[in-house]
Design a protein around this ligand. Structure first.
Ligand code: ADP
Ligand code: ASP
Ligand code: MG
Length: 410
């Protein structure tokens, strides 16, 4: 008998028909004698709908009250699944974050988990129940509802799997695994049988939303065996995310990602003196805005240009901060572009192979795509391009590094 944590995403529980199908799948595993903790997302589209309701009432909805609102989506699907399982004759108990104590900090909308108590789950399982848990939500020290960030039902599942020392954490979604690129954008993408935690971490951070970034971080830290599968297709084996092994190094590039939600800001004519980068980026950090790539040009006449990227929905706030600082430090001017995309290639094989970046740039040149910024790490290379070329760049890079011929050549 194994303890398995399963998570079903929004599309997987998107209608009553889908909830019935999920209940049948859960029941089947239960009949095999396994203990089951099932984490559910809100029904597809529900979280967006709730955010929009709040936005119709306020330009800047209060974060505490927004969490009270958007956390309800998961409460509904947890209850519906439990109702269905009970109707099928399977003892089931649903839990919300406060009933378990998924304790978080007070950062509404992006709360970080501090601890998870599973006593009630353990008790429910020991009495023969299936435990159904509402994903995405937590509570802070005061007992107020928090949410863990978009897509974070994955994180709830991994956190529970880590604490319960589950034998597997199965993430059920609308694709049958992690692909070499988003299969909805790149029709030639192939399913990966395995991917290392490090590669998955890079891919999740660079726009592959199939797994939420922090859930991968947590899975790596606690060595949670993680598998991504389809809730629509029982036949597929899915993708295992786990420790890197030596055979993975043979693969040069495991995946190509696209993040189409980027914007770029340039401050011209910044005096080239110690402390100015800190002056520029300090207030942005204090405003809770994540800066991604930063480029500082070589200085001419003691002045330099500084360019950096932020998520498109943070652009306005970042510009507000930068305009204040630019005046104080006597910068030459500010320009921005709100339609840029980040396209990246990821693979542990890059550690040991030379010339990958050069080949990437050739592929983009051949398509006539201008590279605006470049960033590299040990196992990834990212470029910023105009948004309108994002998908084209992704497909061209996929063909070059992961197409059938390319695979033969490596
Ligand atoms: P869920 O609602 O089940 O959590 P998500 O929409 O969050 O599902 O994640 C699944 C989606 O991730 C897929 O439909 C796919 O479009 C997208 N995706 C992006 N990159 C990849 C990739 N490399 N492999 C598989 N899916 C990807
Ligand atoms: N329902 C939440 C969202 O849409 C959490 C999740 O689906 O994982 O972001
Ligand atoms: Mg998701």
């Amino acid at each position: 008998m194994a303890l398995i944590v399963q998570k079903y995403g929004g599309t997987s529980v998107g209608s009553l028909e889908r909830i019935k199908a999920v209940a049948d799948k859960v029941a089947q595993v239960r009949r095999q004698g396994h203990q089951l903790v099932v984490v559910v997302s809100a029904m597809a589209g529900e979280t967006n709908r709730l955010f929009k309701l709040a936005e119709q009432l306020s330009d800047a909805p209060n974060p505490r009250e927004t969490d009270v609102l958007v956390a309800t989506g998961e409460q509904v699907s947890a209850a519906l699944l439990a109702i269905r399982l009970r109707a099928l004759g399977y003892p089931t108990v649903s839990f919300l974050a406060y009933q378990l104590k998924i304790l978080t900090d007070a950062c509404h909308g992006q709360a970080r988990i501090k601890s998870v108590e599973c006593d009630r789950i353990i008790h429910a399982l020991s009495e023969g129940n299936i435990a159904v848990v509402a994903g995405y939500q937590g509570i802070n020290e005061k007992g107020d509802i928090t949410t863990l960030g978009r897509g974070a039902s994955d994180l709830t599942a991994v956190a529970l799997a880590a604490v319960l020392k589950a034998s597997a954490c199965e993430i059920y979604t609308d694709v049958d695994g992690v692909y070499t690129a988003d299969p909805h954008i790149c029709p030639k993408a192939r399913r990966l049988e395995r991917i290392s935690y490090d590669e998955m971490l890079e891919m999740a951070g660079l726009g592959a939303k199939v797994l939420q970034l922090r859930s991968v971080e947590l899975a790596r830290r606690y060595r949670v065996p993680l598998v991504v599968r389809s809730s629509f297709d029982d036949a597929s084996e899915g993708t295992w995310v786990g420790e890197e092994d030596t055979s993975m190094e043979d693969v040069l590039v495991s995946g190509v990602t696209l993040d189409n939600n980027q914007s770029k800001i340039t401050i011209n004519g910044v005096a080239d003196r110690p402390g100015l980068a800190a002056r520029i980026f300090g207030p942005i950090a204090e405003a809770g805005i994540v800066v991604d790539m930063i480029i500082q040009n070589a200085s001419a006449d003691g002045r330099t240009d500084m360019t950096f990227t932020v998520a498109r929905n943070d652009l306005r706030r970042a510009l507000d901060q930068i305009r204040l600082v630019a005046d104080e430090i006597g910068a030459g001017g500010i320009s921005f572009e709100d339609q840029v995309a980040k396209v990246s290639i990821v693979g542990v094989g890059m550690r040991t192979h030379a010339g990958v970046a050069a080949r990437m740039f050739q592929v983009l040149a051949k398509e006539g795509i201008n590279i605006e910024m470049i960033a590299t790490s040990e196992i990834k290379i990212s470029v910023v391009v105009n948004s309108k070329y994002g998908e084209l760049a992704m497909r061209a890079l996929h063909d070059a590094f992961l197409g059938q011929l390319a695979a033969d050549a490596v």
